[in-house]
Design a protein around this ligand. Structure first.
Ligand code: KG4
Ligand code: ZN
Length: 357
């Protein structure tokens, strides 16, 4: 089984071809960063137009690199939400057109499900990642803990009550005068920094719920930056590395505390603490991966983290999620309406299959 995947929900135009043996035959990501950088964030209209300009040729290149034509495909999958709706439309219409012209199944993939299932694609050969697992989803728009019971079977255990974690990174970076996108810039800026001189809060730590909160940390970061004259200081300015490191430490403490509790809950519900899987753009952060790795080992389980370039947005994860759904007998109608908001819990397959591994 071979599936073409298309991702256009934010600022990356991406196309990929993945097969049932978990081989990523091609995986192309065209970043629009240069077009959005002058505005300090993603401009939806620019994003949608750029997807439109580049997607057709990117799909052709992805097929070419994969060494297959449309005839070899078993399905076409596209991110159908959540995301910036103009871009989502471009991807969905392209996928539907290919599906219609070639008589192929169309798969409307939830972007979050793409992230959630990536670890099953990237697990080493002979080490299949089966269900259930505990997923920490950390991206630009989300921060949630989810029990993944199967394809289309997600149980949310906790979520952020205010800002997404990636948003905290992006806004924190902007505040310190670091370039867009903020997450990787803040990670690079923290290199060699000493967190000891700053006292940032650890929101929600110790609470019984499995929710997150980042707005207080964001505000505390602003106060700390203002009081030390670091607002807009930029990478390399004295003190920026220390504050960036303190921010990482605070976020790390929060994630570790929440995940420790979630693993205990998961053990109660499913009989084993883990495995713990991390997904989404923020999962590319090496410091946070290290903290979660130590936690997982201390809790007697393992951390499964996809390679960094498959943590940030890509189309291989969309092709894979489409393939997982397709092989369970699912396909979507060509009048499927893209969804700007689309919770993971609303991805159930029509006839819920038994969990497979
Ligand atoms: O999953 P993703 O690529 O797009 C969404 O679906 O949101 O996540 C993007 C988010 C951005 O907020 C970006 O700053 C953050 O992931 N990010 C990082 C790193 N790389 C990307 N945050 C911290 N450290 C990183 N290395
Ligand atoms: Zn994403």
């Amino acid at each position: 089984m071979i599936v073409l995947g298309i991702e256009t929900s934010c600022d990356e135009t991406a196309a990929a071809v993945v097969d049932e043996t978990r081989r990523i035959r091609s995986n192309l990501v065209l970043s629009q960063l240069d077009q959005h950088r002058p505005f300090g964030g993603v401009v939806p209209e620019i994003a949608a137009r750029s997807h439109l300009d580049h997607l057709d040729s990117l799909v052709a290149r992805a097929l070419d690199e994969a060494g297959v034509g449309f005839d070899a495909l078993d399905g076409v999958a596209a991110t159908a939400g959540p995301g910036l709706i103009g871009g989502v439309f471009v991807g969905v219409m392209t996928a539907k057109a290919i599906a219609l012209a070639r008589g192929l199944p169309f798969l409307a993939v939830n972007h979050l499900e793409g992230h959630a299932l990536t670890a099953r694609l990237t697990a080493p050969p002979n080490e299949d990642l089966g269900f259930p697992y505990l997923l920490l989803q950390v991206s630009g728009g989300h921060c949630q803990l989810v029990a993944v019971e199967g394809v289309g079977r997600y149980r949310r255990l906790g979520t952020t009550i205010d800002d997404a974690i990636g948003e905290a990174f992006d806004k924190g970076a902007k505040l310190l005068g670091l370039p867009y996108p903020g997450g990787p810039a803040l990670e690079a800026a923290a290199e060699g920094g000493d967190p000891a001189g700053f006292d940032l809060p650890r929101p929600m730590v110790g609470r019984d719920s499995l929710d997150f909160s980042f707005s207080g940390l964001k505000t505390a970061l602003r106060h700390a930056a203002v009081s030390r004259g670091l607002e807009g200081a930029g990478a390399g300015a004295p003190g920026v590395a220390d504050l960036a490191a303190a921010f990482h430490e605070a976020v790390g403490d929060v994630l570790v505390d929440r995940c420790r509790r979630a693993l205990a809950r998961f053990r109660d519900d499913y009989g084993a603490a883990g495995p713990l899987v991390v997904a989404g753009g923020v999962a590319a952060n090496r410091y946070l991966r290290g903290r979660l790795q130590i936690l997982a080992e201390a809790e007697g389980t393992c951390l499964v983290a996809p390679p960094a370039k498959l943590c940030t947005d890509n189309a291989a994860m969309i092709a894979w999620a489409g393939l997982e759904r397709l092989r369970l007998g699912h396909r979507d109608p060509l009048d499927f309406a893209p969804r700007p908001r689309w919770p993971l819990e609303e991805t159930a397959l029509a006839s819920a299959p038994e969990p497979v591994s």
